[in-house]
Design a protein around this ligand. Structure first.
Ligand code: ARG
Length: 577
């Protein structure tokens, strides 16, 4: 555990226990007056009816010699203990964190198998910005979980089954397979869907064919399955194009669409029946999970099997739970899905728990998120008023970034500029999504996300590139300063060292709350602390060679933490820009 505030907390917890036994509950916080403030004495004094400053004094006595960790301890105000960490302590801690593969981030005490359900676009439909959010947030959560040592199974639960496939297949036939494949291949998924829908709504013969086709699909007719596969593979080709642009980890191997659970649907019904949970309501098979009611206070059903015998979205989600807990042996089931599906997912969780498919410690977590808004404050739409094409949006981001770099660094060779533009443009889009609290809506704003100032990807990437450029100017390999133990003297060095050591708690904080924005905030503070250090503490023109090497070591450490943090967000950190 590398966060020095945690080290302080641990050390003083013992002293508090000596003074006040188990009624003590000291909390360590960052403070404006020192590195940390411990506030437990007030609580203890209140419970014992004693003087808080005296309690604080007793704690300091009980703590004994802490000079290996603290350079000054002060009792302030009504009994706070202000702690200043010793520079030697920070130097030792920093060196050991930097020698660690995980830069001081502790691994999970218990290793879990997690199934992360994310992205999940629908076949023959354009991915909307909600899918962008799910993809970007989910990918970050996957990286965080893996980083701390969990086993992660990525699950892309694409919508690849259901009644609309009748009309989609008939439209495919009418269009001719090759023409259709071409249209889907270039990503005009919505155009294809709309045309199929039009035919369905306006042509009764087409409607009859579509209905018959659904029956053929469900009965496993070979020719129909072949046509269905064409639709799926042309759509996933487009999804993959978006995933590659986005630099996310998803591949075809992660696809577990709704259709993958077809064989499990009948057993879901059987097992619910055996568990005596199934009831008939309005001709459908349903379960009434405890605690869910509608507006009138009546029990709310989760529909398992419709009156016509067809299965539901909920049924395949229940099959998913069974598959994930029983076959994959996952105990952490994460769903990165928009906030409107909260009730659906909690009903699925409730039914799965009642049926015995989700028993503690196994549990489901809904990582919900808000909407992406346009500058008019309404849902983000294209200029023509329909869904924004994600691929086009991402290509625009790269183009805009290329223009910004051409301005900032006109000498950069063409080929390198293209690569850096990709990293910055895509980084900007991802970061603007990750850096606001995910449950909130956010406004999609090109100017802001591509700005080199403020809490943005380009700012962080630029800070990183600047750290790297110091070594180019020094004519020194970064690796060569890795054995240097930093000499921490100046307040900005002190602050930067503490910040770097807090990478551990920043990563854990983001992971425990499934909130990537917490890691973003930390990285922004790190970059700000670095800038302050760099402005006040000359590196290449340091007073002594020893100091020069020490400061270079701090630059290298800061660059490593920043790069690692950006990487956990799924954002690349170019060395030059
Ligand atoms: N395909 C769904 C949609 O576009 C999202 C699926 C989320 N995952 C799940 N297991 N229900 O809304």
């Amino acid at each position: 555990m590398s966060d020095p505030l945690h080290a302080v907390a641990e050390r003083f917890a013992q002293a508090f226990a000596t003074v006040a036994g188990d009624i003590a509950d000291p909390v360590v916080r960052p403070s404006d007056h020192a590195d940390a403030q411990i506030n437990g004495a007030l609580g203890v004094a209140k419970k014992l009816g004693s003087n808080p400053r005296q309690v604080a004094k007793d704690v300091l006595v009980a703590a004994g010699d802490v000079s290996d960790m603290c350079s000054s301890l002060e009792i302030a105000g009504p009994g706070f203990i202000n702690v200043t960490l010793s520079n030697e302590f920070l130097s030792i801690q920093l060196q050991s964190a930097m020698n660690d593969m995980h830069l001081g981030v502790h691994v999970a005490p218990t290793r879990l198998t997690a199934a992360v359900d994310y992205s999940a676009p629908n076949v023959a439909k354009e991915m909307h910005v909600g899918h962008l959010r799910s993809t970007v947030i989910g990918d970050c959560i996957v990286r965080l979980l893996e980083f701390v040592g969990h086993t992660v199974i990525r699950e892309n639960h694409i919508g690849d089954w259901g009644t609309p496939f009748g009309m989609l297949i008939e439209h495919l036939i009418d269009m001719g397979q090759d023409t259709a494949a071409q249209e889907l291949g270039v990503g005009d998924l919505d155009g294809f869907y709309r045309a199929a829908r039009n035919a369905f709504d306006s042509d009764d013969a087409f409607k009859d064919r579509a209905r018959a086709r659904v029956v053929l699909l469900q009965s496993g007719d070979a020719e129909t399955l072949h046509l269905w596969r064409t639709l799926v593979s042309e759509s996933t080709r487009y999804f993959n194009h978006v995933y590659r642009l986005l630099d996310v980890l998803l591949t075809d191997a992660d696809i577990m669409g709704e259709s993958s659970y077809n064989d499990l649907l009948a057993p879901v019904v059987e097992r619910l029946r055996e568990a005596k949970l199934l009831e008939v309501s309005d001709g459908a098979d349903v379960v009434f999970p405890a605690g869910f009611t509608n507006r009138d206070g009546h029990p709310l059903p989760l529909i398992i099997r419709k009156g016509d015998g067809g299965y539901n979205y909920a049924t395949s989600d229940l099959a998913c739970v069974i598959d994930r807990t029983e076959r994959l042996d996952a105990s952490l089931l994460i769903y990165v899905v928009g906030a409107p599906q909260a009730q659906h997912l909690s009903m699925v969780a409730a039914v799965a728990a009642q049926a015995g498919w989700l028993t503690p410690p196994a549990h489901m977590v809904h990582v919900a998120f808000g909407n992406v808004l346009g500058d008019d404050g309404k849902m983000l739409k294209s200029r023509a008023g329909d869904t924004v094409k994600l691929a086009a949006l991402l290509e625009e981001a790269v183009e805009r970034a290329a223009k910004a770099i051409a301005q900032k660094n006109p000498d950069m060779p063409e080929q390198e500029r293209a690569q850096v533009a990709h990293m910055i443009g895509i980084g900007a889009v991802k970061y603007s999504d990750l850096s606001t609290d995910r449950v909130k809506d956010y406004v999609f704003d090109w100017e802001r996300m591509l700005s080199f100032d403020g809490n943005t990807a380009p700012y962080l990437q630029y800070a990183h590139a600047r750290m790297c450029s110091i070594f180019r100017r020094a004519g020194i390999e970064r690796e060569s300063v890795r054995s240097v133990s930093p000499i921490i003297l100046e307040p900005r060095e002190h602050a930067l060292a503490i910040r770097m050591l807090q990478f551990d708690s920043a990563v854990w904080d983001a992971l425990e709350k499934y909130s990537p924005h917490r890691l973003c905030t930390y990285l922004y503070e790190l970059a700000t602390d670095f800038t302050a250090f760099y402005e006040h503490c000359p590196v290449l023109k340091a007073d002594t060679e020893e100091q020069r090497l020490s400061r270079l070591a701090l630059c290298d450490s800061a660059a490593r933490v920043l790069e690692c943090g950006l990487n956990l967000l799924g954002i690349r950190a170019p060395e030059q820009m």
